[in-house]
Design a protein around this ligand. Structure first.
Ligand code: IVH
Length: 671
């Protein structure tokens, strides 16, 4: 049993913490802990105060509803206090809610209205004679802030009511201001592009916008509102909440189209389940459903506690945010060679799933959020979105942490890593990196690379897993006997595969350069390089400047090529490929015969005598290039049957066109 002194000290600590988090949440709009953690603090304080009533003071955080009026705006006293809602998290708690109602008013028949609980900013709008005269934040529930000028900039808030509520002398309506999720994502993208800090969630973005000093700034933020409660109304014959929503709608007030009548608590439970399952389809963030007793007469008789109305309850969806501690940060290599940092966390439950790891995406993300080992981080898992770090809780950073330093070598193979300019990712450049080997071998053997038939996923997996192949060059040392031992590969298939591997030796430099998977070097660039340098030796010896001087090759590609050849393991593999008899020069392109060098072609429509790929290859063989769009620099547009708009482009730009027979003639002349 805690002594009074212990309790007093703990209460003082809790005051301090709760005030700190109120400030972070309401004033700075940058919460440091999840709602659930905040509730835990508040609950602990409430329990302590219940056991030691003499220690509770009038300014205790448990004695105010929530929030904190900030002095920048004029304070306004609400006509009716803006209360919180009582919470339920299980269907049983909803049944208990109904049981309480029935105990309070025996014999009464209850029906309900359920609505989404929008996670935005509660506001009170005051209408007099149908005109909007004042809009206020919730503040501490009793006194809020006058934000009328800001609220007037929100297009969906009617400045004048029409319909049934137009002539009510005085009417106070409550609602939630929010930023639609799609607009929020857009806004954050813009902020990030401008290098400004993004908002953690739509709620913070909306809160920040509504509390701007300058209404013009609010006006530029995409805010919306849904109204859900009439807290005071003169002379009304409206009998139920459902009718009241209808009256609001007819008067020009936006209300939720997800509101539904529920005849009994089973229907209420159904509604809550359904809404939770569909929460990601809502255009706004909803953190629960609000269940309200429909008949206003029953609402009035039930009344309220100091904290919440007795006639309503919020069914809270599973929390999607939590804080936890980063235990380590590690970097993994994906099968395409991308290095991805990830944090290992103290396990924490989020929306029903235990989270132990979270991806940190890339170097910039870690740096921007300054995530360090030892940090407490706020993580979020929204719907089908993978969990991510919202931000670091700066106040909980232990002493002695250091910024994370991205490794300069591959954690899988120790190879050189390379981050192309303008890209977010580091990549391992070692073409034999075990983490990437399977993917790389599949690409090596693919039809447009070395075209090795039968080298499919099943075979590649076995070759790598059995340690028979550690790089491309190992392929050429495989024996039929070794291949025949692989599962599901008989003697005959083994021989076919061995033949296919052997047949790939003379494919030539273009295909080989594409096959070895240098970043940015696909078919087209491989061809340009092969034509320009003629041999692997010449390319490997070329400097960045020499490479980038080639037609169609930019500095980014040049950098990637030189980085590839700087990795000793890559040079070693190329050497072994050469020894295995793999052609290291471009075949069919004796330099004197590259008669189409410098010419660009665009193909449109179908050709009768050859496929588009064959036409491309024929043009490439003679040093020409094939591109996808017609420009003034295009030399020829080849027009086949049923041509597309490119034929018209050619005419417009004055580019020479060739029909199929003219193309064939050109090809035969040149070769
Ligand atoms: S009714 C007297 N309905 O949730 C009852 N509140 O945690 C007034 N909220 O302060 C509240 N959606 O800001 C109600 N459909 C809804 C709501 C809703 C969101 C907010 C509101 C309230 C808070 C309580």
């Amino acid at each position: 049993m805690a002594t009074n002194a212990d309790a007093a000290q703990r209460i003082a600590e809790l005051y301090e913490q709760i005030r700190h988090h109120d400030y972070a949440y309401y004033v700075q709009a940058r919460p440091e802990i999840s709602d659930a953690e905040y509730d835990t603090l508040l609950r602990e304080l409430r329990e302590l105060e219940a056991r030691h009533p003499e220690l509770a003071t009038p300014d205790s955080p448990t004695r105010r509803v929530a929030g904190q009026a900030v002095l920048a705006f004029t304070p306004v006293e609400h006509r009716v206090a803006m209360l919180s809602l009582d919470n339920a998290t299980t269907p049983d708690q909803l049944r208990e809610f109904e049981a309480r109602l029935k105990r309070a008013i025996p014999g009464a028949e209850f029906d309900y209205v359920c609505e989404p609980k929008i996670d935005g900013l509660g506001v009170a709008l005051l209408y007099q004679g149908g005109r909007l005269v004042r809009g206020a934040t919730r503040g501490d529930g009793r006194v809020g802030e006058d934000i009328t000028r800001n609220l007037r900039t929100i297009p969906s808030i009617p400045p004048r009511l029409h319909g049934p509520l137009a002539h009510v002398r005085e009417l106070e309506v409550r609602g939630e201001v929010f930023m639609p999720r799609a607009k929020f994502l857009e806004l954050n993208r813009e902020l990030e592009e401008r290098g400004e800090p993004a908002f953690a969630n739509p709620r913070n973005a909306a809160a920040g916008a509504v509390r701007q000093k300058d209404p013009d700034v609010t006006a530029r933020r995409p805010l919306d509102i849904l109204l859900y409660h009439v807290s005071s109304i003169d002379d009304s014959r409206i009998a139920g909440h459902w009718e009241m929503l209808e009256a609001l709608r007819q008067s020009g007030c936006p209300t939720s189209d997800r509101a539904a009548r529920c005849a009994d608590v089973d229907a209420v439970i159904d509604y809550c389940r359904r809404l939770e399952a569909e929460r990601d389809a809502l255009p706004y963030e909803a953190d629960g459903a609000v269940v309200k007793v429909n008949p206003l007469e029953l609402q009035r008789r039930l009344g309220e506690t100091a904290h919440h109305p007795r006639w309503a309850i919020a069914f809270k969806f599973a929390a999607r945010q939590a804080t936890t501690v980063v235990r380590s940060i590690s970097v993994k290599v994906g099968k395409t060679g991308v290095l991805t940092p990830g944090a290992q966390l103290d396990p924490v439950e989020l929306a029903g799933v235990v989270i132990r790891n979270v991806s940190l995406h890339n170097e910039d993300e870690v740096r921007r959020k300054d995530i360090r080992v030892g940090d407490t981080v706020l993580i979020e898992r929204a719907g089908d979105v993978i969990p991510y770090v919202v931000h670091v809780v700066a106040a909980r950073r232990p002493p002695g942490t250091v910024p994370f330093v991205f490794p300069d070598h591959c954690p899988s193979c120790g190879g050189l890593v390379f981050r192309p300019e303008g890209e977010a990712y580091w990549r391992c450049t070692n073409s034999a990196c075990p983490a990437q080997l399977k993917e790389r071998l599949l690409h090596y053997g693919s039809r447009r690379a070395m075209d090795i038939e039968h080298l499919g996923e099943n075979v590649v997996n076995q070759l790598v897993d059995r340690g028979l192949v550690r790089d491309f060059a190992d392929l050429y040392g495989l024996t039929v006997a070794q291949l025949a031992e692989l599962d599901r590969l008989g003697e005959k298939s083994a021989r076919n595969l061995a033949d296919a591997i052997a047949a790939s030796r003379p494919r030539g430099l273009t295909r080989l350069l594409n096959a070895i998977g240098i970043r940015f070097v696909g078919e087209r660039v491989a061809h340009l390089l092969a034509v320009r340098f003629g041999s692997m030796e010449a390319l490997a010896a070329a400097s960045r400047e020499e490479i980038s001087q080639s037609h169609g090759i930019g500095p980014q590609i040049a950098q990637s090529v030189t980085t590839f050849f700087a990795e000793p393991r890559n040079r070693e593999i190329i050497g072994r490929l050469r020894q295995a008899g793999v052609a290291m020069a471009e075949k069919d392109v004796p330099s004197g015969r590259r008669l189409l060098a410098g010419k660009t072609f665009v193909l449109t429509g179908t050709l009768a005598s050859m496929s588009r790929d064959a036409a491309k290859e024929a043009i490439h063989r003679l040093g020409g290039q094939v591109t996808g769009t017609v420009s003034k620099k295009t030399s020829y547009v080849v027009v086949g049957e049923n041509p597309g708009s490119k034929a018209g482009d050619a005419k417009r730009l004055g580019v020479e066109t060739l029909d199929e027979s003219q193309l064939l003639e050109l090809l035969s002349q040149s070769s």
